[in-house]
Ligand binder design. Structure first.
Ligand code: AHG
Ligand code: MN
Ligand code: MN
Length: 339
């Protein structure tokens, strides 16, 4: 599965993508180009994020940027940047974004691919200098080439993803992605403007001692989740919750841990979105040897019925996710995660 042993740490993302493509003699290079488009938009968004603290200062001069455009919030800016990159790239016929109500047709009717994206994840952390991210999934269209993409193209199950990844804008900026052959992480070198392979063949520890959830909602968690959290405390696990899914997920991938966003009174179906957030991270975690569940079912087997569908999420180290499922099953017997 992990077949890039020959590629050393320090390989540039472009070279890595090119070498991977060469391993598939019939590859047309379109997916490679799509990944490059996303990386390019990621660099631009990274630049905007690094300047975020100055936006308010510039705003004091009249709420407009140098191009005379109104200042916009970073999640809107990120949405525009990624859609623009995917439209210009030409490989994608349709994009669905957490920031948009409906599907976005790029005009590239011969684009083979569909992209689902959460352009800026961790909105509550944008203005307070805490790590945020971008999450994306890539699907092959099921509709005919030469036409616009359809809703059916966008409502495919997670198992049909051909690639998924995330960018994390943290103490350093990283791109982590999979095309179904293991997971690789690239760190951005801003002075060179390049991503370099820094985390080859990422695997998540089978077990860990970190649990991540918004315990402020504990009163409305299902008893099975409450019991699991008590177990974490009995075992002196560390509680770590940033409030940016990407950042919590990334830490747990590297160190071992479990992230739980269950159903709550406020969000009876969970808060996170199946198509923009859960499926991508589920593909990545499985490729790294971990597990992703809605409390009883594998996330990637869930059948999407609407674009902005939400689901509970338990994701991370395989043994920890299995334990949460066991606790939920013991408590309800009906494999239900709802409150
Ligand atoms: P988004 O910023 O894309 O809307 O996602 C926010 C999500 C996720 O990043 C995070 O883990 C979760 O919301 C935090 O929710 P709570 O504030 O309810 O804990
Ligand atoms: Mn999000
Ligand atoms: Mn978002």
């Amino acid at each position: 599965m992990n077949d890039n042993l020959a590629l050393p740490v320090g390989t540039t993302l472009d070279r890595f993508i090119m070498r991977k493509q060469e391993e598939f003699p019939y590859a047309t290079g379109e997916l490679s180009q799509l990944l490059r488009d996303i990386a390019l938009a990621g660099k631009i968004v990274n630049r905007e994020i690094n300047r975020a603290g100055l936006i308010g200062i510039a705003g004091a001069f009249g709420q407009q940027n140098v191009q005379g455009e109104e200042q916009q919030k970073l999640d809107v800016i990120a949405n525009i940047r990624f859609i623009r990159a995917l439209r210009n790239g030409g490989e994608v016929c349709t994009v669905v974004s957490e920031e948009e109500d409906d599907v976005i047709h790029t005009g590239n009717k011969n684009g083979k691919y569909i992209v689902a994206i959460d352009p800026l994840d961790g909105s509550s952390n944008i203005d307070v200098n805490v790590a945020i991210g971008t999450i994306f999934s890539v699907y092959r269209r099921v509709s005919e080439m030469g036409t616009e993409g359809t809703l059916e193209d966008c409502l495919q199950k997670g198992t049909r993803q051909v690639a998924a990844g995330y960018l994390i804008y943290g103490s350093s900026t990283m791109l982590v992605y999979t095309t179904g052959h293991g997971v690789n992480g690239f760190t951005y070198e801003p002075s060179l403007g390049e991503f370099f392979l820094s985390h080859p063949n990422i695997t998540i520890p089978k077990n860990g001692s970190i649990y991540s959830c918004n315990e402020g909602n504990l009163n409305s968690f299902h008893d099975g989740v409450k019991n699991y959290i008590s177990l974490c405390k009995e075992n002196n696990y560390a509680a770590r919750y940033i409030g940016s899914l990407v950042a919590d997920f990334h830490r747990n991938m590297l160190k071992g841990g479990v992230y739980i966003y269950p159903a709550t009174a406020k969000a009876p179906n969970g808060k996170l979105r199946l198509i923009y957030e859960c499926n991508a991270l589920a593909f990545i975690v499985e490729q790294a040897g971990g597990k992703a569940s809605d409390g009883s079912k594998r996330i990637m087997d869930l059948e999407p019925t609407e674009l902005h569908q939400r689901c509970p999420l338990v994701i991370g180290s395989s043994e920890m996710v299995a334990k949460v499922e066991e606790y939920l099953k013991a408590e309800v017997g009906i494999n239900s995660f709802s409150v």
